[in-house]
Design a binder for this molecule. Structure first.
Ligand SMILES: *Cc1c(COP(=O)(O)O)cnc(C)c1O
Length: 391
């Protein structure tokens, strides 16, 4: 009996020290999010669009970077309007923010979610006439004239009312008695192509619809739209990717401040002889002898398989090409060009940072920075950088 108690005690002590050991254990990769850069990006967009305001788009957990951590930072800079995709994301954001904010759900009002949205004070972006009727219904039942946005489709064919729907709504504005149509929205299909005439055409139809509907404020621009000129700013721009430091302009110079760094850990080094095959499928064969480093980041960490034999990482400014296929938890890079002994197990290499932007990685991978961001996953050790207050 006594012995078993002692054993249990020992086991508990082991368990708690085990937790500490686990949290100190090195991970395969590290994600650093610069909150000051995100705040600076919010302020620079705000300055650019004044007197219009900037609403923050925090869907998909703030593009994978942590909505509950980023939202309060933006609130401190004055942001009071937020966009997410659905009611679950909206509820999580409400938990992270003071009550004096507007949270909109871009994906509309799925039937059955009216009560949850209304009782939480979350505002739907109404994308169909049925959703408008449903919101009217719940507002009348509750006796509350709640806010909502209405989205019109001006050419992207994704979400929002058609021209015919708008005509119907315009015939008679009685629906605006039961709820408050705060915002009229539309979304640009080609905002990152400043020379595409479609942008001006979408803006023109948007303004035609706006004249027909009794919404208080207008919003058509995403991050890219901010850089199409002040006509696109309307009353409010909805910015996501630019806040996170990605170049939204479709031009070479990035006006935003980069906000993330990704590093991967060297988990093994290996000297190989000429003719050695590397990775799944042995798709790469070394032409000469050399040295490989295996890095503990793979496609489960959002480093896509399309970077197999294509992308690179950096170490002290030296480009180290990826060789062979990207695995789930690791990649192999050629470190032969580094001086012997310069790189060691446990060293960190740069995947995204001063030498390689997220946009460059996206180009190598044949995708866009948005997809890489939202694929980052939960395995990285995360660090949020923030200047000490009052400095
Ligand atoms: C995602 C989204 C945005 C934000 O787009 P960014 O290009 O990241 O700024 C704005 N509006 C709508 C409707 C969206 O779906």
């Amino acid at each position: 009996m006594l012995q078993s108690c002692v054993q249990q005690g020992d086991a508990m002590e082991l368990a708690s020290s085990d937790e500490a050991l686990l949290s100190d254990a090195p991970v395969g990769g590290r994600l650093t999010v610069d909150l000051d850069a995100i705040r600076a990006n919010y302020l620079s967009l705000s300055r650019q669009v004044t007197p219009a305001t900037v609403a923050a788009v925090l869907k998909a957990d703030a593009y994978g970077l942590g909505a509950d951590i980023i939202a309060p930072e933006l609130y401190e800079e004055g942001c009071r309007r937020f966009f997410v995709a659905d009611i679950r994301e909206a509820a999580r954001l409400q938990d992270a923010l003071p009550g004096d904010v507007e949270i909109y759900m871009l994906n509309g009002l799925p039937s059955g979610s009216e009560h949850a949205a209304a009782s939480r004070g979350v505002r739907p972006v109404l994308n169909t006439l049925d959703q408008i009727s449903a919101w009217q219904g719940i507002c009348s039942r509750l006796g509350l004239r709640l806010g909502a946005a209405i989205q019109v489709d001006t050419g992207m064919s994704r979400l929002g009312l058609s021209a015919k729907d708008v005509d119907k709504l315009a015939e008679d504005h009685h629906w605006a008695k039961s709820f408050d149509p705060v915002l009229l929205l539309s979304h640009l299909a080609c905002a990152d192509e400043p020379d595409n005439d479609v942008n001006a055409e979408q803006l023109a139809s948007f303004l035609v619809y706006a004249a027909l509907l009794p919404c208080k404020e207008l919003s058509i621009a995403n991050s890219g739209g901010v850089f199409l000129g002040s006509a696109f700013h309307a009353d409010c721009v909805r910015s996501g990717v630019a806040l996170y430091g990605v170049n939204p302009t479709g031009r070479l110079r990035n006006p935003m401040r980069p906000a993330i760094q990704i590093e991967g850990r060297v988990i093994q080094l290996r000297d190989i002889a000429a003719g050695t095959g590397v990775g799944y499928g042995l798709c790469f064969t070394a032409r000469a002898s050399g040295t490989l480093a295996t890095i503990g980041v793979g496609y489960a960490d959002g480093w896509p398989r399309s970077l197999s034999g294509k992308g690179a990482v950096f170490f002290r400014g030296q480009r180290l090409p990826i060789v062979g296929r990207v695995s789930m938890d690791s990649i192999m890079v050629d470190v032969t060009e580094l001086p012997r002994g310069a790189i060691k197990p446990d060293d960190l290499v740069e995947l995204v940072g001063p030498h390689q932007t997220l946009e460059e990685v996206a180009r190598d991978a044949g995708t866009i920075a948005y997809e890489l961001l939202t694929a980052i996953g939960s395995r990285y050790a995360r660090t949020y950088l923030k200047r000490a207050p009052g400095r």
